[in-house]
Write a protein that binds this ligand. Sequence first.
Ligand SMILES: NC(=O)c1ccc[n+]([C@@H]2O[C@H](COP(=O)([O-])OP(=O)(O)OC[C@H]3O[C@@H](n4cnc5c(N)ncnc54)[C@H](OP(=O)(O)O)[C@@H]3O)[C@@H](O)[C@H]2O)c1
Length: 396
Amino acid sequence: MANEPDATANGQSAEDLRWMTEAIDLASLGRGQVEPNPPVGCVLVRDSVCIGKGYHQRFGGPHAEVEALSDCADATGATAYVSLEPCCHHGKTPPCADALIRAQVARVVVSVVDPFDQVDGGGIERLRSAGIEVTTGVAKEAGEDLLGAYLKRVRTGMPWVIAKWAMSLDGRIATKTGESKWITGPAARTAVHELRASVDAIAVGMGTVIADNPLLTVRLPQIADAKPPGGTNPKIASSTRQLVRLVYARSRLPDLQTQLVQTASETPTWVIAGPQIANADLAKLADHDVETWQCESSDPIEMIRQSLLWLGSNDNPRGLAMTHLMVEGGSQLLGSFAAARQLDEVHAFIAGKCIGGRDAPGPLGDPGVEALTDATSLRISRLDSFDNDVRLIYRR
Ligand SMILES: NC(=O)c1ccc[n+]([C@@H]2O[C@H](COP(=O)([O-])OP(=O)(O)OC[C@H]3O[C@@H](n4cnc5c(N)ncnc54)[C@H](OP(=O)(O)O)[C@@H]3O)[C@@H](O)[C@H]2O)c1
């Protein structure tokens, strides 16, 4: 819906901004539970008083507008603040635009117009045809920020990529001998496990599998019931999703004795392989419940692009598009994501240690850019400290 005029163009009323901010805050409560659907919040207001509110809580469950309408006895004449355009198609639930029309709201205020091709302005049109006043673009930047991953998947078919690395104060992710356990302290590592619990998949390269033999599960005290060592994450299982562990293997496959392969029957483990790997070798992994998928290209950057399109489609073994992919390293794999211009968010954990050594790797092992103008530019979103470590979160 290219020509929809924004409230931003005409200035936004403080009242609209206030209620939309509340709708966006509510929407954020659904993050990690609703994907691949978008997190959405809705607040119903009459005479400057909130008369109902709700958010989309789980994939397949009622949408935010329906939750808010069922939170109030009578919405006649109210204004509905919705962080994403109400849908106008029958998906897992009936159209929310129709529910708002039936409830006889007088006005609908929308933050972000939904680019999903079955909506794309259709919800707004349907509301206007029913005589409801619609304003769009209120708190648009905050709305788009919350919906970043959803918007990327709808526009490109690829999941949002979160690169995470732990590095020393002098920018090394391992020593010159490859040792990296542990650069940061326990509190920072707990934060990493929390991040893992919110994504669809965690990826590492074969170099990390060989060097660290990682398990890549969620291990948090508050979800101690997670079945070790596979560690099926109950938070994700309850939202129909289970964390997937991904290995990027271009020419070498993980040894059958690695922890990832040995626990593949408990926690989904997929290998993204280069085209030159023999089918017989892939079959050995399949015998251990490892799902394998071969890229057509062996070019490291093209492999990233092809694999992201596959993960973002319903054709992957889970049968459901992925919205958030976390890449945990190492340097070569992260470098390929950077070179493919696919770093959407970076969580850099920095420890109070200096490692030194020209041969000790930094986080991005690609050839790098020559001019600063070609660097990937991200903006700071958050800064936290954990004992003697800090975490910087930057987003596209
Ligand atoms: N501090 C941290 O946060 C952290 C996190 C993870 C790892 N590490 C450390 O990093 C080191 C390992 O890093 P690394 O750079 O050597 O290995 P890596 O990035 O984990 O893996 C690189 C390997 O992955 C394979 N690969 C498959 N697809 C690829 C693609 N599209 N792009 C790039 N590689 C692809 C390649 O195999 P082929 O050789 O067959 O091409 C390549 O050799 C270890 O010392 C580990 O301890 C540190």
